[in-house]
Design a protein around this ligand. Structure first.
Ligand SMILES: [Zn+2]
Length: 281
């Protein structure tokens, strides 16, 4: 099948690339004397964001006092397991529980967005059928923006780490956070470390990362409480609409949860401009 050929080509390319990368590591690596084993590691693409500068984009020798699961080795270097999609040990795909051996050459790859590598590995759980989020306490503005474009996004400024992890697992929500250590909690299967600090850039980053730009449903969800909006009779909410708005607008929506009333005013036009910007990017 054509798809299989493509996958085989991709795998071959990955393996060739890995070997080329490790040649340097192998010949220049020095085994430290006080450790029982050493491995060569190479992290690819955005996984390098988590590493100290001297370990980025290069293969490096990593000394270990004892063996253990590759997942623990990777997380000890600062890379959350939720960011990893494929691990090769000497060119062979392995799981998170792979026990490292002296002399291993390990390649670690991020989540592949546009590449189907399922025949190669099952490291990552299947994508969640419905994309829903829970956000850490530092991402309130991002939560509001995600709700604005229609995504179910839980946020409270008093959720602690254990609660966030628990909600992510039990409600099948992707945990968005700026705290990489939160993503290292064992129970979390779907999480993402948000790189940007500016909320609008964070919105774009998350939509692109999860391929959601084609699924925007603006004006369907309350930005304040995450409740769904429904059309409401003007007469029913009349006393809650400013005089000047009443005079020129007849369409109103209300949040089913917090009863906040929405209309297509100035805020709506700003929102449309932001969404147009996203779609045009
Ligand atoms: Zn609401």
């Amino acid at each position: 099948m054509e798809t299989n050929h493509l996958v085989v080509d991709i795998i071959a390319a990955i393996l060739a690339y890995s070997r080329a990368d490790f040649r340097l590591c192998h010949t220049t690596g020095v085994k430290p004397k006080d450790t029982s084993l050493h491995i060569c590691l190479r992290f690819y693409q955005e996984l390098n964001d988590f590493l100290p500068p001297d370990k980025r984009q290069v293969a490096f020798v990593h000394p270990l006092r004892q063996g253990g699961a590759i997942k623990d080795v990777i997380e000890a270097l600062g890379v959350p397991h939720t960011e990893v999609d494929l691990i090769l040990a000497d060119g062979r795909p392995v799981g998170f529980d792979y026990q490292v051996q002296d002399g291993d050459r390990i390649s670690v790859y991020p989540v592949f967005e546009s590449l189907d590598i399922t025949p190669l590995t099952r490291l990552r759980p299947r994508p969640l059928r419905t994309t829903r989020f829970v956000l850490d306490t530092h991402l309130g503005r991002l939560a509001a923006y995600l709700r604005m474009v229609g995504f179910d996004s839980l946020y409270r400024n008093d959720y602690d780490d254990a609660t966030l992890a628990d909600i992510s697992v039990t409600e099948h929500r992707i945990l968005l956070t700026r705290d990489r250590y939160l993503l290292m909690r064992k129970i979390i299967s779907h999480g993402y470390y948000v790189r940007h600090t500016q909320p609008r850039l964070q919105l774009r980053e998350v939509l692109e990362r999860f391929g959601l730009l084609g699924q925007l449903r603006p004006f369907t969800r309350c930005m304040h409480c995450n409740g769904l909006l429904e059309k409401v009779d003007k007469a029913a909410v009349l006393e809650r609409i400013p005089q000047e708005t009443r005079a020129w607008l007849d369409d109103y929506w209300q949040c089913r949860q917090c009863a906040r009333v929405y209309w297509k005013g100035t805020h709506y036009r700003r929102m449309c401009a932001l969404i147009e910007g996203l779609r045009g990017s």
